[in-house]
Design a protein around this ligand. Structure first.
Ligand code: A2P
Length: 332
């Protein structure tokens, strides 16, 4: 199988190459694709040096699969061009996520929806993925009514330029700014762009994407997304009200048995999820599980995951593995 990684030189692209190798993804040839300015640059994949090519050359090679992480505009323009030559596209940008004709997939939750007809498949937002991984089993059992989430998001979610901004600020170097303000020693209640309703686009992704993934509009989510100077992963403080009451031990057992979710929750030993611990791991970690004492049938918890792995690269590659294992790649 010929596989193209579009955005191979980016933050997510780099992790994709690592995860593909780690998981021994069965490709016969790998095409590393980036912008014109990176053409010819060599990257290492599975111990081999591979030169970066442009989008047109990649299309001409007709890969069976292309995984995109090169921004929404590149996806909007190029995913349909790949589709035309028979490539199945898994897209990490927000370009196709809310398109009613495209599926939004977290494999542990809804991969069974995928068919051979799905040629452009959307990977959810990083903050959404870790949130729904924990909400899905709880929703199934107790039925969610309302979720309030506040995020503490890593600079790596913004891309190479933002990581550089933080590094520069920490070293006292003046350099290019990815954010409108300093990020070191700061917290910016501003992830992605502002919308007309006063929310940011990231907050609206968190509100809408889980309903599509869970195929259910009976619950509502409201979010505040905040960028903080961490680099290992995103954290989320989550308050969930349910229709049905719950038992805390039952919730811990339920979450511990959910695939890809790990409970780290013991106040006696200061055990709780943290970005430094989640970094480079594929699981979603949940802790600080406790009752909201101000409201019936309501739970508080803290969710952390590596936003570049399960929040992006790993989830996309899990989708690819599902397609491959279920013989869903190729023309319909
Ligand atoms: P390049 O490195 O050549 O700019 P990040 O989000 O971490 O900044 O990474 C963005 C990724 O998307 C990079 O690999 C970048 O390539 C790629 N990219 C950005 N714009 C384009 C484009 N117009 N065509 C192809 N790849 C692009």
């Amino acid at each position: 199988m010929k596989v193209a990684i579009v955005g191979a030189t980016g933050m997510v692209g780099e992790v994709m190459l690592k995860v593909l190798t780690e998981r021994k993804f069965p490709y016969s040839e790998i095409l590393l694709v980036a912008s014109e300015r990176s053409k010819g640059k060599e990257l290492e994949v599975g111990g081999q040096k591979v030169a970066v090519i442009g989008l047109e050359e990649a299309v001409s090679k007709r890969p069976e699969l292309a995984i995109f992480s090169a921004g929404g505009d590149t996806s909007l323009k190029w995913a349909p061009i790949f589709e035309e030559v028979g490539t199945t596209v898994i897209d990490n940008s927000s370009a196709w996520r809310m398109d009613p004709g495209k599926k939004l997939i977290v494999p542990e939750i809804n991969a069974t929806e995928l068919t051979r007809k799905d040629k452009i498949i959307a990977n959810p937002n990083c903050s959404t993925i870790q949130l729904v991984m924990v909400l899905a089993p709880l929703h199934k059992k107790y039925k969610m009514k309302r979720v309030v989430v506040s995020t503490y998001q890593s600079v790596s979610g913004t891309g190479v330029k933002a990581v550089k901004q933080l590094e520069n600020e920490m070293a006292g170097i003046e350099g290019e700014m990815a954010y409108p303000y300093p990020i070191n020693r700061n917290a910016l209640p501003h992830c992605d762009v502002f919308m007309e309703n006063g929310y940011t686009k990231e907050e609206m992704k968190l509100a809408r994407e889980p309903q599509k993934i869970l195929n259910d509009t009976s619950f509502a989510i409201t979010a505040t997304a905040v960028r903080i100077p961490t680099s290992g992963g995103h954290s989320e403080a989550v308050n969930v009200s349910f229709e049905n009451d719950f038992d805390l031990e039952e919730i811990r057992t339920l979450l511990n048995t959910a695939p890809g979710v790990v409970v780290q929750d013991n106040p006696d030993t200061n055990t709780y999820p943290m970005p430094v611990y989640a970094h480079n791991k594929d699981d979603v970690f949940v802790g600080r599980i406790r009752r909201d004492e101000t409201q019936a049938k309501t739970l508080n918890m803290w969710i952390v995951a590596d936003n570049l792995r399960k929040g992006a690269a790993t989830n996309a590659i899990q989708i690819a593995e599902y397609l491959y294992e279920h013989d869903l790649l190729g023309s319909s």
